[in-house]
Write a protein that binds this ligand. Structure first.
Ligand code: BMA
Length: 378
């Protein structure tokens, strides 16, 4: 849909132009975008670093579209090779693939939603192989009570160093490190929506200090003990309405590469687009001040009741603010059932509008992507 990105040979030039035109502080076409000097992992793989830099350049003028579990199943099918509901409707896979490793902590063969972990690893490689972006969340069970992620029994302090379940938590992280395909750059988004009160790491179950320590320990363990070099770390609270609230539990610039948030609240009504635009503006401002990426890590309307939700709600909200529009990606949740889905499928009431959303030059699907894993030319 956007010719500039269709020709691999022109990509480095195109990226440099996009970045120099639109990144703050880059006044002329000769200037280079600022270097990504502050990744959480200073020894991240070249591909991981390139992903960060390319996403930062693309975010100036585009948003990548993502879908959870896209390759695993959709409405009326499961495990069909090369298939996604997004591709069935729009002709291209999403640009971003979300996966969740809930239950990997127990060494289970399938995640909490029944996705086989061996196949998930292959789908991650497949999406990456086509140039897509991979992000992983973790609906981790409650380490203290044995309940699920939604069991709000306090658990964070018990897995910190010195805590009763600390050894168990190390084992859980070991299982993640053993499973994750280390050659694939992955945007890792643990302990999300923590400003809500529905997870055991949420605001009513963990103090701000416990949350920060849990995050910092997790990063240091995966990076320094397990030696994972392929992770970018994404911090994603639920909706908040001030920078102070956003940063209350923030573990620090040394521990976060992507400032994101989840928002299932704003886009249920027409008026909500302005609310979301304001939140995105706040998010992008905080991210750019720190040299980080910004993203709308999860959003959507379950069932997508409005025919024009994609262009008139989501895209309008993202595009409407000149700062807020500089998020790198937006991801919608999984297509589990006809009564629980966030992307269209063939015959869906919003399918036609989704094609228009795909065709808009602002959105990038997999068929629009440049090589995100090659260093940005300087
Ligand atoms: C929720 C729902 C659940 C699912 C969970 C983790 O929002 O989709 O059915 O188990 O996410 O993927």
């Amino acid at each position: 849909m956007y010719v500039l990105y269709r020709h691999p040979a022109s990509v480095p030039v195109a990226l440099a132009i996009v970045a120099s035109l639109a990144l703050p502080g880059c006044g002329s076409m000769d200037e280079k975008p600022p270097a990504a000097e502050h990744l959480v992992d200073p020894n991240a793989t070249a591909e991981t670093r390139a992903l960060f830099e390319n996403l930062r350049a693309l975010a100036a003028d585009h948003v990548l579209f993502g879908h959870q579990d896209a390759l695993a199943y959709g409405i009326g099918w499961s495990g069909d090779p090369g298939r996604s509901d997004v591709k069935d409707v729009a002709g291209s896979h999403p640009a971003v693939y979300g996966w969740d490793v809930g239950d990997l902590e127990h060494g289970a063969s399938r995640n909490l939603d029944g996705v086989n972990f061996g196949l998930m690893r292959e789908w991650i490689r497949e999406g990456y192989g086509r140039g897509g972006v991979i992000t992983v969340s973790w609906h981790m069970d409650n380490p203290a009570s044995g309940g699920d992620a939604w069991d709000t029994t306090p658990g964070a302090s018990s897995i910190l160093p010195g805590g009763e379940h600390h050894g168990k938590y190390r084992t859980w992280l070991d299982r993640f490190a053993n499973w994750v395909p280390t050659e694939v750059p992955i945007i890792f988004r643990p302990f999300h929506e923590h400003t809500g009160n529905w997870f055991w790491w949420g605001r009513e179950s963990a103090t701000a200090e416990e949350y920060r320590h849990l995050w910092q320990f997790t990063v240091e363990y995966l990076r320094d003990v397990k030696g994972l070099r392929n992770l970018l770390y994404c911090y994603a609270p639920d909706i908040v309405d001030s920078p102070a609230q956003y940063l209350e539990r923030y573990p620090g610039d040394d521990y976060v590469d992507v400032l994101a948030y989840d928002d299932y609240w704003a886009l249920n009504s027409d008026a909500g687009a302005a609310v979301m635009a304001g939140r995105l503006r706040m998010l992008v401002t905080m991210a750019e001040e720190r040299g980080k990426l910004a993203a709308l890590a999860e959003t959507g309307l379950d069932g997508i009741g409005d025919e024009d939700w994609w262009t008139n709600r989501l895209l309008r909200a993202i595009k409407s603010d000149p700062v807020g529009r500089r998020i790198a990606w937006v991801l919608v949740w999984r297509n589990a059932r006809t009564d629980h889905h966030f992307a269209p499928y063939p015959g869906h009431r919003s399918a036609e509008d989704f094609v228009a959303f795909h065709d808009d030059p602002f959105t990038l699907f997999e068929d629009d992507l440049p090589d995100l894993y090659q260093p940005l030319s300087r």
